[in-house]
Design a protein around this ligand. Structure first.
Ligand SMILES: [Cu+2]
Length: 222
């Protein structure tokens, strides 16, 4: 059991590290154009995909869906999930996310047989700030294929040290959101990444493995 958990953690670490490294590289040349992601970021494509396929949800409806689809029943957690949906509904249009400082990573993260996270759009300022805030997640997750780009969830990221630093000993406590401590602490595996805790929340695509599972089996990569 422990071995399985560690090995899953290692995979997550690697994926997270790759995402952050990609972010750091992108930050340096943001605005110079990015081949490879052009299709997804073309305003016409994004608008066409997102303007009419994800209308605002009525909180009561979505909360009911949560209970059925994910097993979340705690009233306070459901209220918090509804708040995050309201705060992030605007990011169904990926261009709004980019305008608000979320930087797309080039890698689509998925593990065959386990699930995916899709593309991480990371807000560097939020990610480097050790604080976490319910309504301003550090990372947005988008699932993509050749024909679609869809907001599927958010990820909270709590840095607990400088880039490249070891996990502090003792590590500071994990922040708590939705009544849960964030996952971690996680080690640095690739230069430039701080040790951290994180938490994936599948608010926009029900996850059969659970609202707060790291991977969503329904997310695949092109
Ligand atoms: Cu992730």
């Amino acid at each position: 059991m422990l071995t399985n958990r560690l090995s899953t953690r290692t995979i997550v670490l690697l994926v997270g590290a790759m995402a952050l490294i990609a972010l750091l590289m992108l930050k340096a040349d943001l605005g110079q154009g990015r081949a490879g992601m052009v299709d997804f970021h073309a305003p016409s494509v994004g608008d066409a995909i997102h303007s009419d396929t994800h209308p605002p949800l009525i909180p009561g409806q979505q909360m009911a869906l949560d209970s059925v689809a994910t097993g979340v029943t705690d009233p306070q957690v459901l209220r918090d999930l509804a708040k995050v949906r309201r705060a992030t509904a605007k990011y169904h249009n990926v261009n709004t996310a980019i305008a608000d400082g979320y930087v797309p990573t080039t890698a689509c993260d998925a593990v065959p047989g386990v699930g995916g996270m899709g593309y991480h759009y990371v807000n560097p300022d939020l990610a480097m700030d050790p604080a976490v805030d319910l309504l301003t997640p550090e990372i947005l997750m988008y699932a993509a294929s050749d024909k679609d780009l869809r907001l599927v969830g958010v990820e909270y990221f709590q840095g607990i040290g400088a880039p490249d630093a070891e996990v502090p000993d003792p590590a500071p406590p994990a922040a708590v959101l939705f009544g849960l401590p964030l996952d971690g602490p996680m080690l640095v595996h690739i230069p430039g990444m701080p040790p951290h805790y994180d938490l994936h929340v599948w608010i926009w695509l029900p996850n059969p493995d659970g609202m707060f599972a790291m991977w969503n089996p329904k997310v695949t990569c092109p």
